[in-house]
Design a protein around this ligand. Structure first.
Ligand code: A2P
Length: 275
């Protein structure tokens, strides 16, 4: 059949509409999409999202190109937010970076993941360790009141190569500190939520890999904390494979054990997916 202007555009399977896009650097952006009314998820989980791939040169058929993305918005939000890298020759992100308000993306509504409160045993202090786009699941958890109801203190570290790559987390923390509802949850002087950004390849107020700052005691000194213990501390980790393995080793050195949905313990890890 001949396609004419009158042919209605076929919407994508599991289509959601893009509501807003914000670019931070030539390598990072965030976007918001409509939330399927039936989608339930726990803050910190991820879903598969994507776009239609290029037509197969032989058959002309198009297949969905999907990748795992942490949902960066909290479970109470009626929109969904995602934080993404842009890779110029990345199969998905080379296209995804061009989405605009009103466009459609594919979203498979099956949330899963280990960075959830249910996978941790009760504790007093909660650490979020992230690098790069690994901050995304914490953008969800940091906006979930349960995070502050369950713990006395929440410390979020974000390490990036350059200062501009911290914009997303910096804006989000500032927004939380200014939010009236949050001020009640965060308590006197907003001391309950501590943000510890670091850079590794550009000057900033705090430089260095978080792993080094942990091992040489700088982090504890800066925060006025004695150390990490299996009795009081819980942690969630999301970053590059190298970061995940190094933090795992450090946490286990302090006696923490890795937990899962089926068997909660003292820390959980997930790799930052795309890029
Ligand atoms: P570095 O610049 O020293 O490699 P990337 O962009 O490669 O994913 O890295 C994001 C951030 O994570 C960078 O600041 C990088 O530091 C840091 N990083 C990479 N690997 C590790 C690791 N094994 N432990 C701690 N930080 C890491």
């Amino acid at each position: 059949t001949k396609v004419t202007d009158a042919t209605p555009i076929k919407t994508l399977p599991d289509a959601q509409t893009v509501l807003d896009v914000e670019h931070y650097t030539d390598r990072l952006f965030r976007f918001r999409v409509t939330r399927p009314p039936t989608l339930r998820f726990r803050s910190g989980e991820f879903v598969m999202i994507g776009l239609m791939g290029d037509p197969d040169p032989k058959t002309g058929r198009q297949k969905p190109l999907l990748r795992a993305y942490s949902i960066a918005s909290p479970s109470w939000d009626d929109e969904l937010e995602f934080y993404s890298i842009k890779v110029q020759d990345g199969p998905l992100t080379s296209k995804l970076q061009h989405i605009k308000k009103g466009d459609e993306i594919i979203l498979r509504p099956k949330p899963v993941g280990t960075l959830v409160h249910d996978a941790l045993l009760p504790g007093k202090r909660l650490w979020f360790f992230s690098t790069g786009t690994g901050f995304a699941p914490f953008a969800s958890l940091l906006r979930d009141p349960q995070t502050y109801e369950d713990y006395d203190q929440v410390i979020v570290t974000h390490t990036c190569r350059e200062a501009a790559e911290l914009t997303y987390s910096k804006n989000l923390i500032q927004h939380l500190h200014e939010d009236e509802m949050m001020q009640e949850l965060l308590g006197d002087g907003l001391k309950k939520l501590v943000y510890y950004p670091t850079t590794t390849r550009e000057d900033s107020p705090k430089m260095g890999r978080i792993t080094d700052l942990l091992e040489n005691g700088t982090l504890f000194k800066d925060l006025g904390i004695d150390g990490i213990s299996a009795e009081t501390d819980r942690a969630m980790v999301c970053g590059s494979m190298g970061l995940n393995l190094d933090i795992k080793r450090i946490l286990e050195g302090h006696g923490l054990r890795e937990g899962a949905n089926s068997e909660p313990a003292e820390y959980v890890v997930e790799k930052a997916f795309v890029g």
